[in-house]
Design a protein around this ligand. Sequence first.
Ligand SMILES: NC(=O)C1=CN([C@@H]2O[C@H](COP(=O)(O)OP(=O)(O)OC[C@H]3O[C@@H](n4cnc5c(N)ncnc54)[C@H](O)[C@@H]3O)[C@@H](O)[C@H]2O)[C@@H](O)CC1
Ligand SMILES: Nc1ncnc2c1ncn2[C@@H]1O[C@H](COP(=O)(O)OP(=O)(O)O)[C@@H](O)[C@H]1O
Ligand SMILES: [K+]
Length: 516
Amino acid sequence: MKIFSKEQIYSGDKITTERQNISSTDLMERAGVKIFNWIHARMQGAQVPIHIFCGIGNNGGDGLVLTRHLITHGYNVHTYIINCSDKRSKDFLINYDRVKQVTKTWPTLLNCSDDFPEIGLEDIIVDAVFGIGLNRPIDEWLKNLFKHFRSSKAFTLSIDIPSGLYTDRPIVDEDAAVWADFTLSFASPKLVFFLPETAQYTQEWMVLDIGLDSDFLSTTQTIAELIGKFEILPNYIPRHKFSHKGNHGLALIVGGRYGMIGAVTLACKAALAAGSGLVSAYVPKCGYVPLQTSFPEGMVLTCDDEQMITSISFQTQPSVVGIGIGIGTHAKTVSAFRAFLEQNKSPLVVDADGINMLSKNKDLLKLLPTQTVLTPHPKELERLIGVWKNDFDKLEKVKALSKEHNVIVVIKGANSITVFDGKLYINTTGNPGLATAGSGDVLTGIITGLIAQGYNALVAAIFGVYLHGLSADIAAFKHGYESLIASHVIDHLGPAFLSLLKKTKETEESSQSKEK
Ligand SMILES: NC(=O)C1=CN([C@@H]2O[C@H](COP(=O)(O)OP(=O)(O)OC[C@H]3O[C@@H](n4cnc5c(N)ncnc54)[C@H](O)[C@@H]3O)[C@@H](O)[C@H]2O)[C@@H](O)CC1
Ligand SMILES: Nc1ncnc2c1ncn2[C@@H]1O[C@H](COP(=O)(O)OP(=O)(O)O)[C@@H](O)[C@H]1O
Ligand SMILES: [K+]
């Protein structure tokens, strides 16, 4: 799903009104009715007090359309206007007048110095104060109003975006935005729903289709894209009946040191379970017996040193090398890594200490083959790009690194973001059960295994992150978050592939309509 920028949404609104020959008031009506329908379908006329807080822009206008429809359907509605400015939008004013047609009770004007209305725990708050038009910090009174919302603990539904959040900048004060339980967002979710510093402002979100121009929707290129099943499926490479293990590549996992062989085992197993035809491990000698014992499907190569990797050389030409897991950053290992990079001809996935070595020896970045995949967790990323001021700064820094070295960077965490060529691919699978030892090693194995069997590096990174999270989601049904361990993610890769390929009603309908 595309994630449009603020500017793109404004232009989409304009194009839509022109091409569909409707007014912006009509479009607002559509938006407001969509929200009403969503609420009505769930509340079925229940007399729970609904407190609708409207700003004076078009977000407030949406709130007023909602007010009107809720009133005509007999709901218990209390509407408030945040009356701190005279700059009311045209469509706000039109809808303010239209409220008059359905009730004799005017909305309450809150004059930015008034006391706040009482809100019961079981009531509902609709936040239509600011939408994407917020352009400066909010004043103290509003901040206190938002705190009042939060302390009421009433269910809070934000329209389009939790008020106080910008679409393209961080917020500086934690209390300066609405903490929504649910956000109904128009046309596309907003990027800030997925960034660690702002995702907390909405527990859940949903996109409402307000019928924007279809050409605009299909042809507009966005910087950010949300990755779900329908973005993944077209990239899936099916297996041929007569395929042979040699057709699915050789993944080589290089890593490990004394006490860190388990990480390599996890990555190897994950690469194999992700579909690599063959998997080899390259480890120090101490890894030989544990790997041969715990990973009978794999081959094991060793360097001469017992405890750590001091040289990296092998006869075969792997389809891809996943390097860095548990490898350490000893000077001898760095030398071996450098020598390896100087002669390596295979695509690379670099993780963990591999990234730490790159951070400490930035000149090594120049030796990476194009489209190397880097999979840093937050601390590794900080070592690589330096401290960031906020999430937006982090994204800019990662984009710059990716561009300078032509590498693909997976920013790991909830909603991992894969960055390449200035674009952001935001993952939708995964859960906090993944915050457990070794889950990153499994991810490296999966991505390496996908590249081995012929996926290009960018697709492998995006698909790998998706599959890793999907597998964890399936595993979490059985194990819960606390008891989920990295091995479970490997064990559930099979069900993850199957669930990806399982036809849902929607895919069936779309393939049937294509067949007709
Ligand atoms: N343009 C359209 O046709 C549509 C717009 N829609 C709604 O319109 C919204 C955007 O509307 P607007 O562009 O009017 O913007 P907003 O409704 O977000 O509010 C902007 C208004 O608030 C003021 N403002 C900004 N920051 C402020 C601050 N810190 N303190 C006090 N006032 C502040 C601005 O000067 C402006 O008057 C969307 O989020 C969406 O909810 C929907 O109705 C769908 C159609
Ligand atoms: N709260 C979370 N929600 C979803 N995914 C998470 C969460 N925490 C961690 N992950 C995922 O788990 C993996 C952890 O990687 P990493 O920290 O490198 O683990 P390790 O070093 O133990 O192998 C990453 O893929 C990350 O995106
Ligand atoms: K809002």
